[in-house]
Design a protein around this ligand. Structure first.
Ligand code: FE2
Length: 386
């Protein structure tokens, strides 16, 4: 690939020229989870994470085989889907993987062209372009497989003004917990198998026109016991970021291996969601019962002024509050970022969430990897899976 890396500014600056971009993406459209009980999962995401009721389809709307609840917060849309009978193929997905992300839907201008460009470059088809219509207009979608059984669905919605999709009705609920201030999806991370990271890096470059703009090897991401490698892929306008992890050889089993064992495949490891007030967001999520990874050692917070260097003057947050809430801090040349990671949100130790606030920094918290992974390892040790 001959693309040159210019600059990256989370959705504001282009990574490469639009003319070269055969797959222009306008943003993330929605993320669909296959879950065992969508009604209860929807309650959890509303109560715990502050998502709002947006749309619904099910028996009442003529959907006989599956039910879906659509939740929204800021620009983030989650779709939670459960099969309504044993014939639905969704059961196979659930039996194998448990609850998890099936669809990362990407918002495009032209779903036919997105399908054509990606399949001609080697993408495996999930389904050919199809038109969904109702009285509010039409949406065109098409889909391709990515790692594991995960898929990308391209969504062209320029001729639609309904609440979400044809087939859905507005979901009016009497239960409306307050938003937690989550704004948009910052990045979505995939875990792939041994030796597969570069295969998927190449796939995102060749099939999707993404570029690899950051890499971390096992020398940077390791603890006493385990290691992993990661490469961050970005689309042309910088709005879509997909880091891809693979396990690396070490003394004990890494969190990536644990994920692969329990998801029984490659899949989405975490969704990082952005807030512009992480202290308020995390206070609220904790009060709502969201479980976060255990805190780093207390010396971590003593070392923050040194790690932040000149950014320390710009830092608005009080370190004692960050310590109280176990929020992590990292910095790069351009600024700092604040982040925290939940425990897995289902019983299999698979998918989790990251809450992130960027204050100029464009990295992914590499300076926190060691503290973070040691924290994850303590959890793995508790589960007997280290
Ligand atoms: Fe992340």
């Amino acid at each position: 690939m001959s693309k040159t890396l210019k600059s990256v500014d989370y959705g504001l600056e282009k990574i490469f020229d639009g003319a070269q971009d055969f797959l222009p993406l306008l943003g993330t459209d929605f993320v669909e989870f296959y879950v065992g009980n969508a009604k209860q999962a929807a309650h959890f995401y509303k109560t715990a994470f502050g998502f709002q009721s947006l749309a619904y389809k099910g028996l009442e709307t003529g959907s006989k085989d599956e039910v879906s609840y659509v939740l929204q917060q800021g620009k983030i849309k989650l779709v939670l889907t459960t099969p309504l009978n044993s014939k639905s193929p969704i059961n196979d997905h659930l039996r194998k993987h448990g609850d998890g992300v099936k669809v990362i839907a990407l918002w495009v201008e032209d779903a036919h062209k997105a399908y054509e460009e990606t399949t001609k470059r080697g993408a495996k088809s999930y389904y050919e372009p199809k038109v969904h219509r109702d009285k509010y207009g039409e949406i065109v979608t098409s889909g391709i497989y990515t790692y594991g059984e995960t898929v990308h669905v391209f969504v062209e919605r320029k001729n639609y003004n309904g609440v979400f999709f044809p087939g859905y009705v507005a979901w009016k609920s009497d239960y409306n917990p307050p938003s937690a201030g989550l704004k948009y999806i910052d990045h979505m991370v995939g875990n792939v198998g041994w030796g597969e990271m570069d295969i998927w890096v190449k796939w995102y470059e060749e099939v999707m026109g993404f570029v690899n703009f950051l890499s971390f090897d096992d020398k940077q991401i390791h603890t006493e016991y385990s290691a992993l490698m990661s490469k961050v892929m970005s689309n042309g306008n910088g709005r879509i970021k997909f880091p891809i992890n693979e396990p690396a050889k070490a003394e004990k089993r890494s969190q990536i291996e644990e994920y692969l064992d329990f998801y029984e495949d490659c899949g989405v490891q975490h969704l990082a969601v952005a807030t512009d007030d992480i202290i308020a967001t995390v206070r609220q999520l904790r009060a709502n019962g969201v479980e976060f990874l255990p805190p780093p050692p207390q010396t971590y917070y003593d070392a923050i002024p040194k790690r932040l260097g000149s950014h320390m003057e710009l830092m608005k947050e009080d370190i004692s509050v960050l310590r109280e809430l176990s929020i992590l801090v990292d910095a790069d040349e351009e600024g700092y970022l604040l982040q925290i990671f939940t425990k897995p949100v289902e019983d299999r130790p698979t998918l989790f969430f990251e809450i992130i606030q960027r204050m100029g920094a464009k990295g992914f918290g590499a300076g926190n990897f060691k503290a973070l992974f040691e924290s994850i390892e303590r959890e793995q040790a508790n589960r007997g899976t280290l």
